[in-house]
Design a protein. Structure first.
Lengths: 220, 220
């Protein structure tokens, strides 16, 4: 599972602005970052009249756009996918996932508090609170309070805790697993054994060569 | 692998219009359709100033938007993904994939020809040409020529050839496989054995219950 942290805060507190700065800072340090924006009220991404919009309106459940250098997917889901599922399906090849929103999820959180919006913490008692980014000085011994504009300071904190100079390759030999729609966490020993057993089976199959990155999907 | 067909034709011939009608018709018959729009010149989907646009601009390699009922993914890729890869990663849960474009790919094709744009076939010699949809009467014995507005007729043809009342469940027990970025096609017997071996291993693991739909990703 890719390390995941959340930027949370009240509406208008500056979550997106802080996220932008952290993404830019970590990217400049050589990390690959993926983000998840949580839109509790839904979102619009495709615009009336565009071909992809027309595909969707006609009834397509999933529409993919593909061009040089970029692809996009727009997909109907019956129930909202939790970030863990989104991470597994779409963000496995990044070093770090940063979510905007998901204050109720159990990821390490950075709460943004801006005086102009509110002076109170939303996640003050949340055991996952990793840091506070604010233009107010909060006196907390357990949680660091960083200046709201100090993206470097926050990036240092994230790097130390979650990245440890161990980009994607650091997760080698591990199997990520979803069974009947649910993510399964296995003990490292079991996980390693499963990964090796599957690699072993594939090695003997025509066309698989020396299998390193493997994706398997089984239905039914 | 999900059955895939392509709607091809010159620019302005009415590919999107025909695709819309076919998607609507097949959806009304109870099938779940996914589409791929090929934009050879690139596409814009996200608009300046939106949060997801800001995430992307800051340097995020992959941006996911998630809300009730819908999700979207915008992803940088080094090389353009072929439809088979897109199908595997994003469209495995539909009954049929219809692509708009990809005239050079080896999928069964329906070519749209509209008098006002051109009177000549682009894929006349393509062995994958499944049908011609046109307002011209082409005299071909090998390939049916259907009226450009006859979505029902084309849907009948697609249903008979590719859907055979066998929605997604018809693919049960098969494993789809990508190794080192390439899709691997296995013989049915080998495929079934691999699927059963993996299910067998998982059955004994805590939390996996009775594994039906399985996704596994291994790195390194």
């Amino acid at each position: 599972m890719t390390p995941t942290i959340s930027i949370v805060g009240r509406s208008g507190s500056g979550k997106t602005t802080l996220l932008e700065k952290i993404v830019a800072e970590l990217t400049s340090r050589g990390y690959t970052i993926g983000t998840i924006k949580h839109d509790v009220h839904g979102f619009e991404i495709d615009y009336e009249g565009k071909d992809s919009w027309r595909h969707k309106r006609a009834g397509a459940k999933i529409v993919v756009l593909s061009g040089p250098g970029k692809l996009a997917v727009i997909k109907d889901v019956d129930e909202e996918w939790p970030p863990s599922r989104l991470g597994f399906s779409f963000l496995d090849e990044v070093d770090l996932i940063i979510t905007e929103g998901y204050k109720k999820a159990g990821y390490p959180k950075i709460e943004v508090v801006r005086k102009a919006t509110s002076t109170k913490l939303m996640c003050g008692k949340d055991k996952h609170l990793l840091a506070i980014a604010s233009d107010i000085k909060f006196k907390r011994r357990d949680v660091p309070c960083v200046d709201i504009n100090d993206a470097k300071g926050i990036a240092n904190l994230i790097e130390k805790r979650f990245l440890q100079k161990q980009p994607v390759s650091g997760r080698s030999g591990k199997a990520d697993l979803i069974v009947n729609g649910k993510q399964i966490t296995l003990k490292p020993f079991i996980n390693g054994m499963l990964a090796e057993a599957i690699k072993g089976m594939l090695k003997s199959l025509k066309g698989c060569g020396s299998p390193k990155d493997i994706e398997i999907r089984i239905r039914g």
